[in-house]
Every structure is written in C-alpha cells, then in structure tokens.
Write a protein that binds this ligand. Structure first.
Ligand SMILES: Nc1nc2c(c(=O)[nH]1)N[C@H]1C(S)=C(S)[C@@H](COP(=O)(O)OP(=O)(O)OC[C@H]3O[C@@H](n4cnc5c(=O)[nH]c(N)nc54)[C@H](O)[C@@H]3O)O[C@H]1N2
Ligand SMILES: Nc1nc2c(c(=O)[nH]1)N[C@H]1C(S)=C(S)[C@@H](COP(=O)(O)OP(=O)(O)OC[C@H]3O[C@@H](n4cnc5c(=O)[nH]c(N)nc54)[C@H](O)[C@@H]3O)O[C@H]1N2
Ligand code: SF4
Ligand SMILES: [Mo]
Length: 887
C-alpha cells in the first residue's frame, strides 16, 4: 500500500450524466470521493448518490470467486464449462439457441467484446441489453428521423436555452447534476421550465408550468403542438424544404388536433395547453428533454418522433440551446449503443439489416460466422428462454428477475433454462439464485475502461482499488470464453487494446458516411489511454477534441441525406379500467437509490430518505378503499401481488398509483414491482410500457406492526411483511404479521440471532393496548430492539437506530424503550439531506423559527449545502409553509 494518498480521476458509475469523480485513497486504504472540478459534465458537482460512493465499497456482500452449481470453483473449470456448454448447445441446436443479456453498466470495452463474440463468431444476434427497457424507443425514434441513432444536443444547450421542456423526466432525482446546472442557468437567464408528467414530482415543483396529463396521452399533446406551430406560421421553410422529408404526411396526422381536442384526450386544462404551445412557439431556443415517461410506453417510439417532429418543423435542432435531447439513464447506455449491443444493431452504429455493413464488419473482424438478421429483443428473448428455444444464456451486470416486466415469468424461465451463466459483482441477487455458473466481476473502483454519457462524451473509468478476491473484468470473462470456444481475435491484453479496435472499426470505410467515428483514437497508446481526457464524438482521425453538435447543417444519415418527419398517428389509448383493476400503476425511481439497490443500499445515509418500498396514492383513491396514511397495502395486477407502505399524497393523480422500482427479495418480503408490470411492448422498439399497468389496491390487514433494529442481519423468513435497510452498526427493519406471537421475547431472540438464554433483556408490555417493546444487550452493546403495536409503529426511528452503535449501561437502557429521545434529543424525522443527515422535522423547525429561504436553512443546518440534491425538497417545504400561512 502506498505511503501517501493517491487521487484518481474517474467517472461516476450511476446515471448517464457521467460526472467526473476524484477518488482519493489514503494510506490506510480508506477512500474519499469528490466531484472533479475539471470534468465538463459536472464541473465538480456530485449528487447524493455520487457523494456516497465511498460508502458502497465494502466487500462483504461481493461475489469474489467463481461458483459452479453454488459451490466454489476455480476460474479454469468455470470458464471451460461455460465454453463447452455454449459450444455444445450451438453444435446441436444452432447459434440462435444461445443468448447474452448484458447491461448499460458494463464498460464499452466489455460490451464490444460481448457483441463481437455473439454477432461475428457465434453467428447469432441474440445479444440484447437492459437498454431495451430504457433507451430502445429513443434509439428507434432517432433512427426513423435521422437515419442513425444520433443525439444532436450537448449539456451546454440546457444552459443556452430559454425554454426547457422536461417530458417524462424526473430530472431533479434522476439526472440531479444536470438539474442543478439547469437551475443555475435559470438564475442567470430566466429560463422557463415546463414539466410534462402525470405526477407532481419534485421536478414539477420548480417548473413554471406542470402538465399533469393522463398517462400515455403525450402523443395527442405533441400532435396538437405540431398543428399549432404550423398554424402559427413557425415552419422553418428554408430548413424543411432543403432537409426534411415526410412533412405533409406528418402534418396531415396532426390536422384537427386543436386545443379542445387535446384537452379532451389529455385531461389538461385549455389554458395550460395554450400556455405550453405559446411558450414553445415564442422561444426559438427550446430544448425538449425526454426520458422514461416517453420511452417506457407501448407508443414510446411515436412519442419520441412526435417530439422530434416539432423540432424538425421549426428547424430547432442541433443549434445552441435548441434541440430535442433524449437523455440516457445508465452510465454507459450510450457506449452500448455505439458498439451495437442491441439485438437489432450491428457495431459502430451500423445497421444489421444492411448487407454491405455486415460484410464490412465481417471483414474487419475476420469473422467466421456473421449474424444475418436481428436477434431477439429482451422481452422476447426471455420468452424464448421460457419456451425452451434459448437453451444457454449468459447474463452480465443486470438483474432481470427484478427489472423485466412480468418478472415472475422471467424467474420461471431461468429456472427451466438448461444453462445460465451470470457475471455479477454481488453474491446474492434475485437473479444469481438461478445461475449454474457465477463469474465474479470487477466493479466501480476496480474496473477500467471507457463510458459514454448522454452528450456523447467518452470518459475514462479508472481503477483505484486492487481486484478483490478472484474477481476479473467482464471483458476478460467474455474473451476467455471466446478463446476456449476456439475463436481467434480475442487476445486482448488490456482495455486499451479493445478500445483501439473499437475506434478503428468506427473509422473503417467511414469517410463521413456514418455519424460514429472516433478514428482519432485508433492508435491510442497505453499511456495516452491512461491519460485520456473526456472528449465528445465524433472525432475522426486527424481532428482534435472539440464540442460537437449534429444536424444544424441539415445533413442527416438517411439515403437522401434528409431527416424524416414521421406521420405519427393518434394512438387509441386504452382506458383502464376494469372494475377489477381500476387504477394505473406507474413505476420509476427515487432520489437516493440505484435500480435493484445492490450498491446504494450499502450506504446507510442513502436509506434515510425512503427506507422501505411504498406506493404513492391520491387521498381520494385511498379513502375509497379504506387506506390510511402509513398503512400497508397490497397492490395487485393480473400477474401478481406486492405489499408496500401507502404514501397518501395529492402529488399523485387520481386514478393512478406510483411504486418505485428498487426493492427486491433481498430487502423486502414482497416489493418487486415488476412482478406486476405487463410485458406489453412498443411494436417498433420492443421496449416495454413499464409505466402503465392496470392494478387494484387494498389494505393489507395486519394483526400487528413492528419496527426493529438489529446488530446482525435478521432472519425474516416466514414473516408476511418485512423491509430491511442497513444502518450504522447494523440493520433496521419494518415488519408486520397476522397473529401476534405468543412469546415476543422468543420471537425477538430469533430475529436478533440470539439463542435461548442469551443476552440481557429489558421489556415493556401493555397487553391491553397490544404493545410490546423489548431490547437485548450483550455486554454494553445493543444486539436488538423490537417495538410492536396493533397500528403502524409511530416512534422516532432515528433515535432507536442511533442506539445501535452506542454503548448502553444501567438505567439509561430504559430510555431506549420510550422510543424517542427527551426534549434534548428531538426526532429529526425522515432524512431529506443525505449528505449531512438532516431530517424534515429539523427543517420544519427552522422554517417555524423564521428562516425564509434555502440559503438560510443551509447556513443554519448545512442541509443542501453539499450535493444540493435535496434543495428542491427544502424549497417545497418553504413554499408549503407560505401557503399554510396565507391560507
Ligand atoms: N436516483 C436515481 N437516478 C437514476 C436512476 C436510479 O435508479 N435512481 N436510474 C437511471 C436510469 S437507468 C434511468 S433510465 C433514468 C430514468 O430517469 P427518468 O426517466 O427521469 O425516471 P423515471 O422515474 O423512470 O420516470 C420519469 C417520469 O416519467 C413519468 N411518467 C410516467 N408515465 C408517463 C406518461 O405517460 N407521460 C409522461 N410525460 N410522463 C410519464 C413518471 O411519473 C416519472 O416521474 O434515471 C437514471 N437516474
Ligand atoms: N417497472 C419498471 N421496470 C424497469 C424500469 C422502470 O422504470 N419501471 N426501468 C428499467 C430501466 S430504465 C433499467 S436501466 C433497468 C435497470 O435494472 P437492472 O439492470 O436489472 O438493475 P441493476 O440493479 O442496475 O443491476 C445491475 C447488476 O449488475 C451488478 N454489477 C454492478 N457492477 C457490475 C460490473 O461492473 N460488472 C458486472 N458483471 N456486474 C455488475 C450489480 O450487482 C447488479 O446485480 O430496470 C428497468 N426496469
Ligand atoms: S448526477 Fe449523480 S448519479 Fe449521476 S453521474 Fe452525477 S454524481 Fe453520479
Ligand atoms: Mo435505464
């Protein structure tokens, strides 16, 4: 270990903003993380997740050694087995009987090798990625409109725009640093912000206009906009005449979509629609950001094209501050698209349907068996696994048992699949349970290569930690198996070697005919790759790194060079609503968690904002079925049932409910929302409509509710409801059951992992009221404490949780059973500021004492002064208090 601290420049592994991170490793091995002031994505800013990265590096939950059938194995045995089973399956059943399912969280180099192996050497295109659930509709919309999957805009456009429309994007929580940049810019130039989202999100709170439309009615809204812009004479004649085809047909579909019609179809007020249209018309510099509210729909591709049409009509594309802008979710969703990781793409943005492109790539790879047609897209791929058509599957860096729709069918498919390989960094995931072979992967901090962010900027992820156990890079897993299958062309000795090949392919026979060209790096040396500064593509050979936008010049990558306006038709949006399933289920993200929580749930400070799975529901919908605040509810669709906490709020539209995607069987009894979601897909992109499934909701009637903290991981098996989160010094647990146990101490002892007779116990029972409070100590350490009641337990969870790492002696132990601190230790409430652990009650008290703005609260409590991710929520609390005073 080095005697001095070493700082490494790398990139955040979470969202597609792609922030630069400085990771400093101290001589004692500890790591500190801060934003890289020189990275052009974030200029030093980080959000709550990025700030907590150092807390996620512990190794105890990691998969560190290969396993075969659940038992430790050496690498040779594991790789030989994978190679043999894949080769054998291909020999007997043909290349389409095998498949890879990969992820926007592997590096470009990993992705490149996986794609090359499948499409050039195995000879099938059965490689798809979780980007199918994420970006496929945007990719399809881009290809229809531009001929290629090209993102025209860059981040600076958000700062140079006068109007930013956030369509189906919870920007404040999902792209927090870009959101901060936008708010900064707004201070300077008064940027108008419009949010289009059926929910009143934290993002919507800061908008000048929030359009809370009916779920999936966006196409109508945008057809109306197109019609309005044309009628207002805003067509850019010079641009459209020279550079756009399909205009008449597109306009014809929009004709008749006047504001009244739009109001009927979207449920929006006439004046709000009019306000949106006039703002859009008035501002030449408009950026339309679109994300999962657009993509994750059975009309997702049409939504994308409906937005792009409005920009093409007005010539507002690829210009400073004027462009459509599809932003990516995962850190390397873009890199995956660049190497062709989707089943219907080839490599380097070439089309798999294009014969000439196929033979070009074949020649470049010296490939023995090029795939001749697109492969199976994610949902169909797992169906094919379930039907026994795909007999050997390799999953890499994604958790499909939780994240694919109709997830219980996915689980069943894996159960029956003859051979499943999983490369992952975590030992216990819901998917790993079905693996025949587990391959330990390096993860953030250990792996090394490149990622591309939402603005086409390629940055290095650099390792600053040694490889733990026997974990190896994902590209190495793939290359080793390829070699063992007898294929030449996989003798890479470093990520740089792979990157060079990828860059060379992008330039091969390109000559400006393809958008993706990074030929400048085709001969990058190891040393130069080590130093590589973030750069935007394209950067052909002989050019230097610079800011790049696409299409302002009117040159598109279609055969005639013109963009296409697509004749998007008004879809028939089904009304839900059978009596059985009268509500729409909407799903998405929360501020401090990342997907299936394998990493963010390791940071206790990220668990304070929301500690258990929940369902947002409008008060009227809740009242109708007898759901009170904080009660437990069952949400049911025709595919299954989950149990989550009710969060009754007017932010939710009537008629729909929202459940976050994050909880898995590792952290809750029944919180996997994708077990409910329909696997209906967009016909063009194959992306599932994850945001609109008919459901019903009812109270989960529990006989008792509990809250517990434990020093050791509790065993929750058999409990009807539990949700676990990590805390400093142990775990915290919400639980509920039907019949109260006869002996609470025995029950609690099992939960805490104590044998009978072990521990010193204190207890308080009010049998009449059905209340039990117990705590057990070994020496002066608290090993567990349990609080139960016939209603949801209302105690200071923070106070109880903070008792875990402290010493406890004598009568002070009894204070714990009171469940809250005395006047000297008020309950801080749910944590809003993850960086400084400041709770809502503290902020509310500061507001009551007269602090009137976010800055003053920051000065007093530090809340919001580090990453800033909670500033919008603080602002909302201030606004609400003003409203109360006014009202
Ligand atoms: N904190 C956090 N940040 C993340 C992630 C994470 O897990 N956690 N994941 C990353 C990834 S991979 C992705 S893809 C992005 C996703 O980023 P976003 O797309 O911003 O996030 P979501 O919460 O999935 O959905 C966005 C919004 O779409 C709305 N919506 C639902 N239906 C409709 C509709 O019919 N029309 C419209 N207009 N809106 C609708 C939802 O109410 C929701 O607020 O986030 C990235 N950033
Ligand atoms: N209902 C509904 N479903 C959704 C969505 C939604 O909005 N609604 N969103 C969809 C979207 S946009 C996305 S992106 C997906 C995300 O869903 P997933 O991709 O399934 O979720 P993650 O938790 O990111 O899974 C990443 C896995 O990779 C592992 N891992 C981490 N680093 C590495 C590494 O370097 N190498 C390897 N081999 N493994 C690693 C982690 O331990 C984890 O198991 O969910 C989709 N599903
Ligand atoms: S916004 Fe947050 S999660 Fe996204 S890259 Fe930046 S620090 Fe990471
Ligand atoms: Mo995503």
């Amino acid at each position: 270990m080095s005697a001095e601290s070493v700082t490494t420049r790398t990139t955040c592994p979470y969202c597609g903003v792609g922030c630069g991170v400085l990771a400093t490793r101290a001589p004692d091995g500890s790591v500190a993380v801060k934003g890289d002031p020189d990275h052009p994505a974030n200029f030093g800013l980080l959000c709550s997740k990025g700030t907590a990265l150092a807390d996620t590096l512990a190794l105890e939950d990691r998969l560190l050694y290969p396993e075969i059938a659940g038992a430790g194995a050496d690498w040779n045995a594991a790789l030989d087995l994978v190679a043999t089973r894949f080769s054998e399956t291909i020999r007997v059943h043909g290349p389409d009987a095998v498949a890879f399912y990969v992820s926007g969280q592997i590096l470009t180099e990993d992705y490149y090798v996986a794609n090359k192996l499948m499409k050039g050497f195995i000879g099938s295109a059965n490689i798809d990625t979780n980007s199918r659930l994420c970006m496929a509709s945007a990719v399809a919309a881009h290809r229809r409109a531009f001929g290629t999957d090209t993102v025209p805009a860059i981040y600076a456009d958000l700062e140079e725009a006068d109007l930013v429309v956030l369509m189906g994007s919870n920007f404040a929580w999902c792209h927090p640093v870009l959101f901060q940049r936008l708010l900064q810019a707004r201070k300077a130039r008064g940027t108008k912000i419009i949010v289009i989202d059926p929910r009143r999100t934290i993002t919507a709170d800061v908008a000048d206009l929030h359009l809370a439309l009916e779920p999936d009615s966006d196409v109508a809204l945008y057809l109306g906009l197109l019609n309005y812009l044309e009628a207002a004479g805003l067509r850019d004649d010079a641009f459209t005449e020279a550079h756009v085809a399909g205009l008449d047909a597109a306009l014809a579909e929009a004709r008749g979509m006047d504001i009244d019609a739009v109001a009927t179809l979207t449920g929006l007020a006439l004046r709000d629609i009019e306000a949106f249209y006039t703002l859009f018309a008035r501002h030449e510099r408009v950026v339309s950001v679109f994300s999962q509210g657009a993509n994750q729909s059975v009309f997702g591709t049409d939504k994308g094209n409906a937005i792009i049409n409005c920009h093409l009509l007005t010539g507002r594309i690829g210009k400073p501050g004027a462009s459509p802008f599809s932003i990516t979710g995962q850190p390397n969703a873009m890199g995956g698209r660049e190497v062709g990781g989707l089943a219907n793409m080839l490599a380097a943005h070439m089309n798999i349907e294009d014969e000439a492109a196929r033979s070009r790539v074949q020649q470049f790879w010296n490939a023995p068996a090029m795939a001749g047609k697109p492969g199976l897209k994610a949902v169909d791929l797992f169906r094919a696994v379930g039907e026994g058509k795909v007999k050997a599957l390799w999953i890499m860096s994604t958790n499909p048992v939780d994240s694919l729709p109709e997830a219980d069918l996915v689980r069943k498919a894996l159960e029956t699949c003859p051979f499943v390989v999983v490369s992952d960094a975590t030992r216990d995931t819901d998917t790993n349970a079905y693996a025949d072979v587990l391959l330990p992967a390096l993860t953030w901090g250990e792996k090394s290569g490149t990622v591309t962010n939402s603005e086409r900027r390629i940055s290095r992820q650099r390792s600053f930690l040694p490889a733990p156990g026997e974990a190896r890079a994902d590209w190495w897993h793939m290359a080793e198996v390829a070699r063992r299958m007898g294929f030449a062309g996989f003798d890479y000795d470093s990520p740089a070697a792979i990157f060079r090949e990828h860059a060379a392919l992008s330039a091969f026979e390109n000559d400006g005919t393809r958008d993706f060209d990074i030929g400048a790096y085709a001969n990058v040396s190891e040393a130069a790759f080590d130093r590589l500064a973030p750069f935007q593509w394209p950067q052909p050979a002989g050019t230097v790194s610079r800011e790049t936008r696409f299409f302002a010049d009117g040159r598109f990558y279609t055969p005639d060079g013109k963009a296409r306006m697509i004749a998007v038709k008004l879809p028939a949006v089904s009304k839900p609503l059978s009596a059985k399933y009268p509500l729409w289920l909407n799903t998405g993200r929360i501020r401090d968690q990342w997907h299936t929580m394998t990493r963010t749930a390791k940071a206790s400070r990220l668990m304070g904002h929301f500690g258990e799975p929940f369902c947002e529901i409008h008060p009227d919908d809740a009242a109708e079925v007898g759901i009170g605040p904080a009660s437990l509810v069952e949400v049911e669709s025709r595919h299954g049932v989950i149990i989550v906490r009710a969060l009754v709020t007017e932010r939710q539209r009537r008629g729909s409910v929202f459940v976050p995607i994050h909880w898995t069987d590792q952290l809750a009894s029944k919180g996997r929302v994708d077990a409910l979601v329909d696997a209906m897909t967009d016909p063009v992109s194959g992306q599932p409509g994850s945001k609109r499934t008919p459901v019903s909701i009812r109270p989960f009637v529990a006989g008792w509710y509990g809250f517990a903290v434990t020093a050791a991981k509790p065993d929750c098996a058999g409990l009807p409801y539990w949700a676990l989160s990590i805390a400093e010094g142990g775990y915290r647990l919400e639980l509920a059951g039907q019949e109260a146990p006869a002996d609470w101490q025995e029950f609690a002892g099992q939960l805490f992992g104590l044998g009978s007779g072990e521990g010193e116990w204190i207890a308080y029972y009010d049998r009449e009221a059905g209340i039990a409070r117990l705590a057990a100590f070994v020496g002066d350490r608290l090993v567990g404490s349990l609080f139960t009641a016939p209603q949801p337990v209302a105690l200071s969870r923070r106070f109880i949780t903070e008792a875990l790492p402290q010493g406890h002696a004598g009568s002070a132990r009894y204070r714990l059973l009171a469940g809250q601190g005395g006047a000297d230790r008020p309950d801080p409430g749910a944590i809003l500021c993850a960086c400084f652990q400041v709770g809502v009650n503290q902020i509310a008290a500061a507001i009551r004492e007269g602090l009137g703005d976010v800055e003053a609260i920051g000065a007093a409590l530090k809340a919001g002064t580090n990453c800033g991710s909670c500033r919008s929520e603080i602002r909302r609390m201030l606004d609400e208090s003003r409203l109360e005073k006014a009202g």
